[in-house]
Design a protein around this ligand. Structure first.
Ligand code: NAI
Length: 331
């Protein structure tokens, strides 16, 4: 099948190429994103393969249909960037990768915690410059600390298990409780109890109308002074101006972010020679106790292999008229 891959990064190409040896699709890679201005690149292809910031809106889809493209294969779980109704009207199928490696994201949350706590990023730079002093590098033991986990699905469960392994008390909040986690010692609580009882709070719930700006001024008023907040979920789970206020007042002791509400303008790109105009991220970066990574929770060999494999399987299933197990449909 002829596939046009958009928003290609070197790692996408590397893993798709490796896996495609078993599938034999005819793949062409474009680093440009797919949007109404770039749809002409898809002429002559049966399928387009896209990522989180490609714009698969009504205009893009109508042009793709005119160009005889039959399927949009997302190489991610989320599909908020696809107009599913227009896809259906134009007989274009949409497939995605629902779950690839929960441990990849859970382990990245742990990496943020350990780095913020034990300040290994600062020690690394210091020692390389011949500064062997230990001033201002004091951390705290994770053992016996209370960790609050909001959202105990695939990633949240993996994260709970990791934190139990560190000897932490794990408090959790979810609209559905997991019996397995309860049996392993996780304590489900109300959101309020989780906020007031946790030394570390990690977000693993989806972004929706209930969770939008869940971490805000009101939530901070309930939290312990010096709390650590970790967000590997979605940027808009956190109200950024309220977080900045809480950092200034020292309510937050540590903040680790892998996602940011305005990340589409910044993340996945090298802007080191550009003038960054986003004042909020610049303010966040000015705090010594804030660590930001640019949405790399998924970036492990295992997760990339699984994403590539499922994407290519989705395309082969379509080509061979098999049921599309990962089809995304309008509700
Ligand atoms: P999942 O669907 O397995 O788990 C989500 C959990 O959140 C479910 O147990 C659900 O009941 C719970 N939930 C839903 N609404 C809630 C609410 N109002 N309050 C508390 N809990 C609620 O999803 P999974 O795979 O664990 O992913 C979680 C999130 O992680 C995704 O929605 C995505 O935003 C983010 N993610 C981040 C990545 C990264 O690279 N940083 C990569 C993949 C996902």
């Amino acid at each position: 099948m002829k596939v046009a891959v958009f928003s290609t990064k070197s790692y996408d190409q590397e893993y798709l190429e490796k896996m495609n040896a078993d599938f034999g699709h005819e793949i062409t890679y474009f680093d440009t994103p797919l949007n109404p201005l770039t749809t002409d690149l898809a002429i002559g292809f049966d399928a387009v393969c896209v990522f989180v910031n490609d714009k698969i809106d009504q205009e893009t889809l109508r042009k793709l249909a005119k160009d005889q493209v039959k399927i949009v294969a997302l190489r991610c779980a989320g599909y908020n960037n696809v107009d599913l109704k227009t896809a259906l009207e134009n007989n274009i199928k949409v497939v995605h990768v629902p779950s690839y490696s929960p441990e990849a994201v859970a382990e990245h949350a742990l990496a943020l915690i350990l780095t913020l706590n034990r300040k290994t990023h600062k020690a690394y730079n210091r020692v390389r410059e011949g500064n062997f002093s230990l001033d201002n590098l004091i951390g705290f033991n994770l053992h016996n600390k209370a960790v609050g986990v909001i959202g105990t699905g695939e990633i949240g469960s993996a994260f709970c298990k990791i934190m139990m392994g560190f000897g932490c008390r794990v408090l959790a909040h979810d609209i559905h409780q997991s019996e397995k986690l309860i049996d392993s010692g996780v304590e489900y609580t109300s959101l309020e109890e989780l906020f007031s009882g946790s030394d570390i709070i990690s977000l693993h719930c989806p972004l929706n109308t209930d969770t939008h700006h869940l971490i805000n001024k009101q939530a901070f008023s309930l939290m312990k002074k010096g709390v650590m907040i970790i967000n590997t979920g979605r940027g808009a789970l956190i109200h950024t101006p309220d977080v900045i206020h809480a950092l200034k007042s020292k309510k937050i002791g540590y903040l680790g972010l892998d996602v940011y509400e305005q990340e589409a303008e910044l993340f996945f790109n090298d802007l080191s020679e550009s003038v960054i105009e986003d004042e909020l991220i610049l303010r966040l970066l000015s705090f010594p106790n804030v660590l930001i990574t640019s949405h790399q929770g998924f970036l492990t060999k295992e997760a990339l292999s699984q994403i590539a494999l499922t994407t290519l399987e989705n395309l082969s299933d379509f080509e061979n008229d098999l049921p599309l197990k990962n089809e995304v449909k309008t509700r």
